[in-house]
Ligand binder design. Structure first.
Ligand SMILES: N[C@@H](CCC(=O)N[C@@H](CS)C(=O)NCC(=O)O)C(=O)O
Length: 210
């Protein structure tokens, strides 16, 4: 039995699905509605994460892993694809950590956390959107001489950033003036496995009752 990813369509657990698809790591998917916290098959997300948040993985052993960053690291460590996996003794591993943490803290929590949450006023959301250009410029410069965050090969960090771009437009964020970043974004979102999962998640999301 593979590990189970607790997944709400189009949320950050989609990054874990991107990583698993690209790294050819089999996962069971337990779909849930993030508004109600209920799984399609019954039961509540709160039973696995008292914060009621994805991403959550249940390993074969029954052990629970929360946090999208940890989930991505676990998935990449299970991959037997040499092009995808980074070993902890590889200097690249720290670049992997660096960019996963960047996505988690500088993009996901710093910007999406506010822009997508109903308690924030429009003014506050705009203030947080203003953080984006500096972060986009940093990524644009980093991607000026490499196709992926870690160099020549797609990694779990790219999976996280790909998810950010799936929702960036809905968040009112426009990165089109950053040429390297824009090319990277298009290339990521056109990867067949990623595209397939986006389409399937959009359908699933549309079909979920709220
Ligand atoms: N610390 C968690 C937070 C993830 C997070 O913010 N997840 C969002 C979906 S993208 C969520 O579950 N939101 C529901 C809620 O906060 O009630 C992580 O890094 O994975």
């Amino acid at each position: 039995m593979p590990a189970t990813l607790m997944h709400a369509p189009l949320t950050c657990s989609l990054a874990a699905r991107f990583a698993a698809a690209e790294g050819k790591v089999p996962l069971e998917i337990a779909y849930l509605n993030l508004q109600t916290k209920k799984f399609e098959e019954g039961g509540s997300l709160y039973d696995f994460n008292p914060l009621g948040q994805v991403s959550v993985l249940r390993l074969e052993s029954g052990e629970i892993i929360t946090e999208t960053s940890t989930t991505l690291l676990w998935i990449q460590a299970q991959s037997s694809e040499p092009a995808f996996r980074r070993e902890p003794n590889d200097p690249d591993y720290y670049q992997l950590l660096r960019w996963i943490v960047f996505c988690a803290t500088e993009l996901h929590k710093q910007i999406f956390r506010v822009v997508f949450y109903p308690e924030a006023t429009d003014d506050v959301k705009d203030r947080f959107r203003e953080l984006a250009p500096q972060r986009f410029a940093l990524l644009d410069s980093h991607l000026s001489d490499r196709p992926y965050l870690l160099g020549d090969r797609f990694s779990a960090a790219d999976a996280y950033l790909a998810w950010f771009f799936v929702l960036a437009k809905n968040a009112g964020l426009d990165s089109s003036q950053y040429r390297n970043l824009q090319a990277y974004r298009s290339h990521l979102l056109e990867r067949p496995l990623i595209q397939e999962l986006i389409v399937s998640d959009r359908q699933k999301d549309a079909g979920m009752t709220r």
